[in-house]
Design a protein around this ligand. Structure first.
Ligand SMILES: NC(=O)c1ccc[n+]([C@@H]2O[C@H](COP(=O)([O-])OP(=O)(O)OC[C@H]3O[C@@H](n4cnc5c(N)ncnc54)[C@H](O)[C@@H]3O)[C@@H](O)[C@H]2O)c1
Length: 343
């Protein structure tokens, strides 16, 4: 992680691994940062239409065919340059191309830097759902250069910020305090916040690479967020849903007697200082939410399970499960109780 790394160190690093370099990007990033990398590494740029809808098996196959056509072999170094869509897809591509070629990820969105590029998960969407096909495959390096964010549209920043706030809530009080002490100028601490977020996720993933327990804490806020996204037919951006989910699951932590009221108030107050939309989809209703939650990957016997916090910066262990089931009826009562989703 460092300002300027992309231009000063990345080209040499890439060349030190291979002379056969394939750079995968979407057209917008390809035209700017991709061209620079192509020129300085002697690599070849492959672009695909960006956006969530392009994160598919078909796109992966088109890229594979393009690489094969240009005779990229086992000596290929693949570089995934872009937001989470590009890093998810290119990491999956690297994992299976020639049974696996080395990979360097260069995230260019804040969400990519603090979340999507970290932790080794990759994948594509299918009509049956998001991220259903993929692997766990770690890159050789992840190059995070906050200067690349200078061109990022304002709304994209917020999506990364929701995850940074989540790290503060679940495991890193310092992150929370940096944001709380200076919410209007949080970008002044950007490099520090990114590094602390990466370290927080890295530590969790290293201790529990296959999500047997501790890694579930990364899912804080996401049980409700995923249900809201589903109800909105994926019209609501993930980051917006995570912000609502974090508040709602903090509220649940309080309702269940784990979190003090003052801490809950601090949480709601800080989230409110950032321009999240906090708007629920029209299709919202507690019953519909509960239905959507039954498909959550942590659900047990159809009862959703939640990571819960007992203070800012600390998630409850629940005997190593790091999540706790709330029976449907009880959850319905808690959600209806005037109303944890209202900010
Ligand atoms: N693998 C994981 O662990 C993990 C974790 C979280 C999210 N994800 C995935 O990440 C994806 C979302 O990622 P995202 O939020 O980065 O969205 P994204 O990749 O769609 O990028 C958002 C938009 O920003 C543009 N963009 C990217 N970098 C830019 C820059 N520097 N300047 C200007 N424009 C730029 C892109 O062209 C795109 O239009 C989802 O598919 C999600 O499933 C994966």
């Amino acid at each position: 992680v460092g300002n300027g790394l992309f231009r000063s160190a990345l080209p040499d690093l890439c060349r030190s691994f291979s002379r056969r370099i394939a750079i995968v990007a979407d057209p917008a990033i390809g035209a700017t940062y991709g061209k620079f990398l192509e020129k300085t590494t002697g690599g070849t740029l492959f672009t695909f239409q960006g956006g969530e809808r392009a994160k598919t098996r078909e796109t992966k196959q088109e890229l594979e065919d393009a690489l094969l056509h240009q005779k990229f072999g086992r000596d290929t170094l693949l570089i995934g340059l872009g937001g989470g869509v590009v890093t998810d897809l290119s990491a999956f591509l690297a994992a299976t191309y020639m049974r696996g070629v080395p990979l360097i990820l260069v995230p260019t969105t804040l969400l990519g830097m603090v979340d999507a590029a970290i932790g080794g998960k990759n994948g594509v969407n299918t009509p049956a759902g998001k991220n259903l096909i993929g692997t766990t495959y770690h890159p050789l390096h992840i190059c995070i250069d906050p200067e690349l964010l200078s061109s990022l549209p304002e709304k994209e920043w917020i999506y990364g910020l929701a995850e940074i706030l989540k790290y503060g809530l679940i495991a890193n009080k310092e992150i929370w305090e940096i944001l709380e002490n200076n919410p209007s100028a949080w970008k002044e601490s950007l490099a520090e916040l990114i590094l602390a977020s990466v370290q927080t996720k890295k530590k969790v993933v290293e201790q529990d690479p296959f999500e047997k327990g501790l890694r579930r804490i990364l899912n804080f806020g996401h049980t409700i967020a995923h249900a809201i996204e589903k109800l909105s037919d994926f019209q609501m951006p993930h980051g917006e849903a995570v912000a609502i989910g974090c508040i709602a699951e903090s509220h649940l932590s309080w309702q269940l007697g784990h979190l003090k009221k003052e801490e809950l108030v601090r949480i709601k107050t800080l989230f409110r200082k950032f321009p999240f939309l906090f708007q629920l989809p029209e299709t919202y209703g507690v019953k519909a939410l509960l239905d959507a939650m039954q498909m959550d990957k942590k659900a047990k016997e159809q009862n959703p399970r939640f990571a819960l916090i007992d203070r800012i910066g600390h998630t409850l262990a629940f005997d190593g499960a790091y999540c706790s089931a709330i029976p449907q009826k009880e959850l319905q009562r808690l959600l209806e109780e005037k109303l944890c989703l209202v900010i």
